[in-house]
Design a protein around this ligand. Structure first.
Ligand SMILES: [Zn+2]
Length: 125
């Protein structure tokens, strides 16, 4: 997403903005969240087991080359981020009118606009 135009006319650019974190998020189904937590638990359990056995470098190499040269905190943070990014539908909130611009599917560039103040009014973008 490089930019979106809200039905109100506001152009929302996908650039770093100071309020970007307040105006964007992810909608996650409970089922997808539970599955991501389960995958993350398995990964962390595997890492802990390998760490206790002194084989964590081999384990890291086998479970992602990006992990091999990072400290443990960064590795765990990366694992959590990867699992979090793997689920959910991103949305952006229009700073001008408050509409939620919701991606139709995770692998799509199409969005719908939802106005929380007007209930179920939706408009394809
Ligand atoms: Zn708007």
């Amino acid at each position: 997403m490089s930019s979106l135009t809200c039905p109100c006319g506001e152009v929302i650019r996908d650039v770093a903005q100071s309020d970007s974190e307040l105006l964007s998020g992810t909608i996650v189904r409970n089922k997808d969240e539970w599955e991501a937590k389960s995958r993350l638990s398995l990964l962390l359990a595997g890492l802990c087991t390998a760490y206790k056995a002194g084989t964590h470098l081999e384990w890291l190499a086998a479970n992602g080359p990006a992990y091999s040269e990072q400290d443990l905190e960064s590795i765990i943070e990366d694992m959590i981020s990867r699992q979090s990014l793997d689920v959910g539908i991103p949305y952006r909130k229009c700073p001008a009118c408050g509409n939620l611009l919701i991606r139709k599917r995770r692998d799509s560039n199409q969005y719908i606009a939802y106005s929380p103040r007007q209930g179920d009014a939706c408009e394809d973008l």
